[in-house]
Structures are given as C-alpha cells and as structure tokens.
Design a protein around this ligand. Structure first.
Ligand code: GTP
Ligand code: MG
Length: 496
C-alpha cells in the first residue's frame, strides 16, 4: 500500500519518458522475476536454456551462435514476438522462425540486417519451469563480433560509449537475477570476467541474485573413473573457495549440460540404442568409449556407425557411460532413464537451487533491482517524490535483508567453510533460523531476557571481530554481530 502511494507521488513529479519508466518499474515488482543467463561465448548458455525447458530448440553450436537476447516466458501456447530497437510496434512471427531469428547469419547479409534491427525476441513456452521465473538467454559477453555482446550489455543497461548520457530508461537493466555459466578449466579468465561484471558493468550482479553453473564437467570422465560428477563437485567447491567466487555467486553447481539436454530429449529410439549397447556389459562399453573418435568405428556393437556417431555427439562419452550404467542398474523406460540422468547430470540439483533460492526470494531480489533502477532517476536530479520512493524501498529492503545473510551463513556452515568450533556453528545455525536452540533467537523466552542475552552475544561476537580470521570466517563473525544488532532492534521495539 505504502509503496503504491510512494510510487504515485514520485510519478507526479516526473513527466514524459521518466514517468513511463517509473510506472514500468512498479509493474515489474508484480511480474515474474527475470533470470538472465550470462557467460562467455560457447559456454553452453543456450544448451542449458534448452535443457531447463525440457528439450526446447534454441540454436546452439561450436561457433558463436546466439545473436539476440531471447526472452522465454510462460504461455499456454508457443509464440514468438519480435521487439525492435527503433520503437516500431512488436511483430508476431511463426514459432518456426526462431531458429532463423536467434542465430547469427554471417552468410546472409539481408537476414543479418534484419537481425540488427531487433532489440529482443519474446518466446512463450508452455513449460512449468517458467511458472517460477522468466529465463533470458543472451549472446556471449566476449564475442569477437562485439555487436552480439553489445546486445547483452544493452539489455543489462550498459552500452559501449553510452557513458552517463541518455535517459534513465535507456540506462536501466532489465535483469533481476543471473545464472552465470562457467566453463570448467578456464577459471583465471572466468574470475576476471565475474569480477568485471560485479564491479562495474552490470547492475546488482552478486551472490544474492547469482547462481553459478560449472559446465563441461563431463570432461573429467575417464573410462576407469566413471563418477565424474563427484570429481566435478569437488572441482566446483575448490573453485568457489580458491578463486574468491563466493563474493560473486551464491553457489557453483556442476552440470554436465550437454548430457542433461540430451537426457531431456531422450525418446524411444534413443533408449533402444542405449539398451542395445548396455547388452554388451558396462566394462566393454567403457572400453569402447575410451576415444570418442573411435566409437563409431567399433565392431560388433549391434548399432550402425551412424547411430553411434549420433549418440556420442548428443550424449558425450560420459553420458553414454551414465545411461548404460543406469540401464544396467534397472532403468528400463524413457521416463525412468531421463529422470535419473537429469538428477545425475546436475540439472535436477540446479533446478532445485533456482526454485529454492530465486523462487522463494523473488520479491526481495526484484525489489533490490528495481531500487537500483529508481536510483537512475535520482542521479538525473529528479525531485522529492522520487526520494519518497527511495525511502519506502529502503525500509522494505532493510526489513528483508537479514533473510539473505541468514541464508548465506547457513550455507557456510553446511559447506564446512567456517573455521570455528562446533558450539559457534550451533549458535550461528540457531540465529540463522536453521535450527532450534536456546538463546536469544528462541521466541519462548520473555522479551527482556532475550534482549539482554542478545546484547551479551552481540558484544561477545563484536570482540571476536578483532581475532585474525580468514575470509569467510571473518565475514561470518561480522555478520553475526549485524544479525544480533537486527535482533536487538526488533526486540527493543524498533520502528522497523
Ligand atoms: N562437451 C560439451 N559440450 C557442450 C556442453 N554444453 C554445451 N556444449 C557445446 O558447446 C557449444 C556451444 O554451446 P551453446 O549452448 O551454443 O553456447 P552459448 O553459450 O549459447 O554460445 P553463444 O550463444 O555463442 O554465446 C555447442 O556445440 C554445444 O553442444 C557440455 O556440457 N559439454
Ligand atoms: Mg547461445
């Protein structure tokens, strides 16, 4: 209620494009959260989008592919709408045009000119995953063609050479949250790109609204050590800690994206091929898979070389091993095999993180982004009405922020990332709301007693901020002080 009044008051002080912009920001709070896939060229963003949407067919490929921003929304029927840069009205196109309109067209100058006029494509898909949030696939951030990357940066409110000029609407970011796709084995490059994104280029890019995906984990597969996902999880954990990525992404989830996309598209013919292979026995299949290029040339598999080539190209060696192992363990239907593979490739865990982390906090995440966009107006010297919006927002933001810190603290405990004794961990988890425990967080005790206890604990943790703790532990100790401050404020009848 208060927020709407504040927005209305703010709008009254603005006119023209700024007023429309503010109206749009208010509406955005009630729309689905916008989750944007970011990463380098060929990181696997489009393949992951297709996998998340259960076998959609956005163009993917070895060379740079995605040219425009593709905005995927829930809709009861598939549809495709083209939005143009020059402000002309959007145009509906047959869904079959998606392949043509989403990919670069270097060998067709007329088509490439048409693509250049496009601001973004909106695709509606009747997939349940899109009930929680919109998914937005973007061109790679380091395209050698620059133009494609500029399409992504424009969407995020940054344009080369745009500087401080232009209207607030023109400089606004359309994104609420991010999935950053990293390629395994390139962590020095990835680290610098992530830090760049966080430091300047992208509004509000950070752990509160960013989940990392470590792709190409199947590259860790060898015929002798088949559990490559376990190795992938270790690699992700090490990368998260050692490269300081924790300051940028909430979590780094290993996903064998290509295999997951193949599993989502599995059909009866694919299952039959994999069953034929499984009859040879898992050890024999692993032996045959040792060299991908040799696989189509193997004798006595019961499959044509063409089928074997298709299998290894869609599933990868690791994926065939995974499928054959699961069939050997009893998976015998398309649905059964798909479900298991989606789980083991990391796609299932990723989906749960997206729904659990983004879904549950979408209001907070959206408010945070919208708040940042409102500030673009303030910088232009807009009047007191805009300041009223800012104040209303700040109050809402403060009320919600501890949730996020609690979440991160709990994660750090679960990950074993804190160098603290067990009783401290227990206290942290209790204050984070993860576990019941005695102490000031417990609502059982009388308010006065809790208040006194909270002050004592706050002072105890404050004294410990002087201890020489390393990174995450230091952050946790400081955050405990802040959370006790919040609690004291609350118990003290603060005006929150
Ligand atoms: N081996 C392997 N290849 C993958 C994986 N994920 C994607 N690829 C392949 O990598 C290539 C690039 O994938 P895309 O999904 O088009 O990558 P993108 O990030 O959308 O690339 P741009 O749109 O050009 O920025 C394709 O040939 C994919 O099949 C993976 O997990 N393992
Ligand atoms: Mg792409």
């Amino acid at each position: 209620m208060k927020l709407d009044e504040a927005f209305a008051a703010a709008r009254a002080t603005l006119d023209g494009e700024d007023a429309t912009f503010l109206t749009g920001l208010r509406e955005r709070l009630d729309e689905r959260m916008r989750v944007v896939l970011l990463g380098r060229v060929s990181a696997g963003k489009s393949t992951l989008t297709n996998a998340l949407l259960g076998g959609l067919e956005l163009p993917t490929g070895r060379l740079e592919v995605t040219f425009n921003v593709n905005w995927l929304r829930y809709g009861s029927k598939p549809s495709l709408t083209v939005h143009y840069r020059d402000g002309r009205p959007p145009v509906q196109r047959p869904v079959e045009d998606l392949r043509r309109l989403a990919a670069r067209a270097d060998d067709d100058p007329d088509l490439q000119a048409e693509l250049r006029a496009i601001e973004h494509l909106v695709v509606t898909v009747p997939h349940p995953a899109l009930r929680d949030f919109d998914l937005i696939d973007t061109p790679g951030l380091d395209s050698r063609h620059a133009e494609d990357s500029a399409n992504t940066l424009h969407f995020l409110g940054r344009e080369e050479g745009d500087g401080a000029g232009g209207t607030a609407a023109g400089r606004a970011s359309q994104a609420d949250a991010f999935i950053y796709v990293l390629v395994r084995g390139q962590h020095h490059d990835e680290r610098s790109m992530l830090l760049d994104l966080q430091s300047s280029e992208v509004s509000g890019f950070g752990p509160m609204n960013t989940v990392g995906v470590l792709n190409r984990v199947e590259g860790l597969w060898t015929p002798g050590a088949a559990d490559f996902m376990a190795t992938g999880r270790e690699a992700a954990g090490t990368l998260l800690r050692s490269a300081g990525l924790q300051r940028v992404v909430l979590d780094l989830i290993p996903v064998a994206v290509k295999t997951a996309a193949a599993a989502e598209r599995l059909d009866e013919a694919g299952l039959a091929d994999l069953q034929t292979l499984a009859k040879l026995g898992v050890p024999r299949v692993r032996e045959m898979l040792a060299y991908a290029s040799e696989f189509p040339r193997q004798e006595g598999t019961g499959l044509t070389p063409g089928r074997r080539l298709a299998l290894v190209e869609t599933f990868t060696q690791a994926g065939i091993d995974m499928a054959v192992t699961l069939i050997d363990e009893g998976a015998d239907t398309v649905e059964g095999l798909r479900t298991e593979m989606v789980e083991r490739t990391g796609l299932g865990p990723l989906r749960r993180t997206l729904v659990g982390h983004f879904g549950g906090r979408s209001r907070l995440i959206k408010a945070d982004q919208v708040f940042r966009q409102v500030r673009l107006l303030e910088r232009d010297g807009a009047g007191p009405g805009v300041n009223a919006v800012l104040r209303a927002f700040r109050a809402a933001e403060l009320a919600a922020a501890p949730d996020f810190h609690r979440l991160r603290l709990a994660r750090a405990c679960y990950d074993g990332a804190l160098d603290l004794p067990a009783e401290d961990i227990a206290e942290i988890l209790a204050l984070a709301g993860e576990r019941d425990g005695p102490g000031p967080a417990s609502p059982e005790a009388p308010r006065g007693v809790r208040l006194e206890e909270a002050r004592r604990r706050r002072d105890a943790w404050a004294a410990r901020t002087l201890e020489p703790h390393a990174g995450t532990t230091r952050w946790a100790v400081q955050t405990m002080v802040e959370l006790y401050e919040d609690l004291i404020h609350l118990l003290d009848g603060g005006d929150a």
